[in-house]
Design a protein around this ligand. Structure first.
Ligand SMILES: Nc1nc2c(ncn2[C@@H]2O[C@H](COP(=O)(O)OP(=O)(O)OP(=O)(O)O)[C@@H](O)[C@H]2O)c(=O)[nH]1
Ligand SMILES: [Mg+2]
Ligand SMILES: [Zn+2]
Length: 291
C-alpha cells in the first residue's frame, strides 16, 4: 500500500502521484456509498495494481475543501479575472471571493489582459478590492507583465486558479513556466476556432512547496453559507460594523447601520455593497426555501 497525491481527475479515474510515479487509479466503491468524493489535491492511500494502476482505498483528512472548482488542501486562491474580453465581472469576482474565503483560503486577485484596457480603467476596477485589503496584481501574460508578482504570490503554497472561462488562467500558467505550459497544452482540448479550454482539474508541481491547480472556468457560482455569515467575507465592513447599533446587524435595513452610513459617505464602494445585498437576498431566499 502507498500514500500519494491526486493530481488529476478524469471521468471516474484519478491520477495519483507517489515519489515521481503516477498511477491511474479507480476509487473503491465504498466511497460512493459513503458519499465521499475523491478530489484533486487529496492525499490518499492506494493499493497498487501492476506498474501503472491502482485502487484508492482511503482519503486522508483534508485541510480545506473547495466545491467549485472541486479541489482539496489548497491554501490560496488566485482569482483570475480579465479587465476585458471577456469584460470584467465584478459581481462574479465578489461571489468567488466569498466562496474561497468561506472555504478558508487566502485570496489574491489577478487582473488579466491589462494590455487591452487603459491604465486608468484598470486602476478604477482594482480600487474597491485594494481598499478591501486584497492583494491585486495586474498582468498581461503574453507580454510577460506581472508574472514575477504572480510567481511571488504563489511561492511555497498550493494555489488554485479560479475564474471565468477565457479569463487567462492557463495563459498565466504558461507564462509562469514553459514546462507547465506544455503540460497544460496536453490536457487542453481544441474547441471551436482554435480555442483551448481547460477540461479537467489538474495539479502541477512548480518545485519546492509550490503547486498550482488549473481548472475549467465557470460563468456562475452558487454560494452555500448561512446569510449571517456573509458579512464576515466583506473585510472592508469590519471596522465600521463595530459601530452598528445592533450587535447582529446584517447591514441591510437595520436602523443606525454604520456600514450603510459608510457606503453613503463613499467610504465603502457602492459596487461592493450592492454585491453584498444581492448575495444576502439570495442566501436568505435559499435558507427560507430549505424549511
Ligand atoms: N491580450 C491578452 N490576451 C490574453 C491574455 N491572457 C490570455 N489571453 C488570451 O485569452 C484567451 C483565453 O486564455 P486562457 O488562458 O485559455 O483562458 P482560461 O482562463 O484558461 O480559459 P478556460 O480554460 O476556458 O477556463 C487566449 O486566447 C489567450 O491567448 C492577456 O494578458 N492579454
Ligand atoms: Mg484554461
Ligand atoms: Zn450594520
Amino acid at each position: 500500500m502507498g500514500t500519494g497525491l491526486v493530481i488529476r481527475s478524469l471521468a471516474g479515474f484519478f491520477d495519483v502521484a507517489d515519489a515521481g510515479v503516477v498511477r491511474r487509479c479507480r476509487a473503491r466503491g465504498v466511497f460512493r456509498k459513503r458519499g465521499v468524493r475523491v478530489l484533486v489535491g487529496d492525499r490518499v492511500q492506494y493499493e497498487p495494481v501492476g506498474q501503472a494502476e491502482g485502487v484508492i482505498t482511503e482519503v486522508l483528512p483534508r485541510r480545506t475543501e473547495l466545491v467549485r472548482p472541486p479541489v482539496a488542501n489548497v491554501d490560496h486562491a488566485l482569482l483570475v479575472f480579465s479587465v476585458a474580453t471577456p469584460a470584467f465581472q465584478p459581481h462574479l469576482l465578489d461571489r468567488a471571493l466569498v466562496a474561497v474565503s468561506a472555504a478558508g483560503l487566502a485570496a489574491t486577485i489577478a487582473l488579466t489582459k491589462c494590455d487591452l484596457a487603459p491604465d486608468e480603467e484598470v486602476l478604477r476596477l482594482a480600487a474597491p478590492y485594494v481598499a478591501a485589503g486584497y492583494p491585486v496584481l495586474r498582468t498581461a501574460a503574453p507580454l510577460g507583465i506581472g508574472i514575477d508578482a504572480v510567481r511571488q504570490a504563489i511561492s511555497g503554497r498550493m494555489t488554485v486558479f479560479v475564474g471565468p472561462s477565457g479569463a487567462g488562467k492557463s495563459s498565466l500558467g504558461n507564462a509562469l513556466s514553459p514546462d507547465l505550459g506544455l503540460k497544460m497544452g496536453e490536457v487542453s482540448e481544441k474547441i471551436g476556432r482554435g480555442r483551448h479550454t481547460t477540461r479537467h482539474v489538474e495539479l502541477f508541481h512548480l518545485g519546492g512547496q509550490t503547486y498550482v491547480v488549473d481548472a475549467p472556468g465557470f460563468s456562475q457560482l452558487e454560494l452555500d453559507l448561512a446569510p449571517r455569515a456573509l458579512r464576515d467575507y466583506f473585510p472592508e465592513f469590519h471596522d465600521f460594523a463595530q459601530r452598528c447599533a445592533y450587535r447582529g446587524c446584517e447591514h441591510a435595513d437595520e436602523a443606525s447601520c454604520a456600514v450603510r452610513d459608510a457606503v453613503a459617505r463613499g467610504e465603502i464602494p457602492n459596487e461592493r455593497y450592492t454585491s453584498y445585498l444581492e448575495l444576502l437576498r439570495e442566501l436568505r431566499e435559499k435558507e427560507a426555501a430549505r424549511y
